[in-house]
Design a protein around this ligand. Structure first.
Ligand SMILES: C[S@@+](CC[C@H](N)C(=O)[O-])C[C@H]1O[C@@H](n2cnc3c(N)ncnc32)[C@H](O)[C@@H]1O
Length: 307
């Protein structure tokens, strides 16, 4: 006799997924979102490796759910992994002295609010801008930011349409948790919550439109932190960006029961432009990634995790 159990997840159902059949879709009836919550409650596990200070974690973990909307993506494993990546890189972010930080696809505002809190007092004078194609998301982000005493220019737009001329070469930090789930192409960009995850073929439709925009908007010292899934072929994304002159590093890699997420950091590396990608190295890293156990967490600026 065969038996199986249905896992719990805190994310919303996607496509045809049914509660109790594919997953138990657990609503987060808590007032606190955050990386710490994710680590302790979802996986019942502790993050491995060096962490940001408890004080810093406590501040970002206490982003309150002040507003929500059924059509807006609630912070989930991928959002928490992205904020963990920012926390892991906090000292570098502070030394970087960004003037303009941008989020594409801000959803609830959890990530951009966390970034503003991570930069904190030291980041006084930093400007923030966030976009989302979903007007409800922009409204929820506004309320989330206001409740935490931070602000941003919020724009309802497709990626950064209408902003590119003004922001070209000015963005020092860009954060993106894109719709990355492989879906039929006709689900991409439709109204409502589906556009939060629907990524088209290999989950790359929106990602592949964001990358050239990021290249145009990032400053000379600009950094991009982006969430990807194994199915998106992250090493191929790194190769594409390498051709544009970017080096890359995986800051966080995290495997849940359903997906393996990589948070990749890109920065301009003036030595790499036009270099032929090293297929053997990326192939090795790609295969290594699939073997890394649950909740790996890295920190540092060494090249060990270059992709
Ligand atoms: C996976 S959710 C991430 C939300 C939030 N950043 C987080 O991490 O919790 C992706 C977000 O991107 C937005 N989005 C999808 N396509 C977009 C596009 N073409 N331009 C701007 N935003 C888009 C969705 O509305 C959604 O809010």
């Amino acid at each position: 006799m065969f038996g199986f159990s249905v896992s719990h997840t805190t994310r919303a159902p996607r496509g045809m997924e049914k509660d109790g059949v594919h997953y138990h879709f657990t609503k987060k009836n808590v007032l606190i979102w955050g990386a710490l919550f994710f680590a302790c409650c979802v996986h019942g596990n502790v993050l491995i490796g060096e962490r940001a200070s408890h004080k810093e974690l406590a501040r970002t973990a206490q982003i309150r759910l002040v507003s929500s909307h059924q059509e807006v993506y609630e912070p989930c494993d991928d959002s928490f992994a992205l904020v963990d990546a920012l926390l892991a890189d906090r000292s570098n972010l502070l030394e970087h002295h960004p003037s303009l930080c941008m989020e594409i696809g801000c959803g609830s505002g959890y990530v951009i609010t966390s970034l503003a809190l991570i930069l904190g007092q030291e980041g006084r004078g930093v400007n923030y801008i966030a976009t989302d194609i979903n007007p409800h998301a922009v409204e929820v982000t506004r309320e989330t930011m206001e409740a935490h005493g931070v602000g941003a220019e919020l724009v309802i737009t497709d990626i950064a349409a209408g902003l590119e001329e003004r922001l070209a070469g000015l963005v020092d930090i860009m954060v993106v948790n894109p719709p990355y789930v492989p879906t039929p192409e006709d689900e991409v960009g439709v109204e409502g919550i589906t556009s939060s995850w629907a990524g088209g073929e290999n989950g790359r439709s929106v990602i592949d439109r964001i990358l050239p925009v990021a290249d145009r908007l990032l400053s000379e010292k600009g950094w991009l932190y982006m969430v990807t899934l194994t199915a998106n072929n992250p090493s191929e994304i790194c190769h594409q960006m390498r051709k544009k002159g970017y080096a890359s590093r995986i800051v966080v890699q995290r495997s849940t029961e359903e997906e393996s997420l990589h948070i990749i950091k890109f920065w301009r590396d003036f030595d790499t432009k036009g270099d032929e990608p090293d297929q053997s190295a990326s192939g090795f890293i790609g295969s290594l990634l699939t073997q890394i156990p649950l909740l790996s967490f890295w920190r540092g600026t060494n090249s060990d995790n270059k992709c």
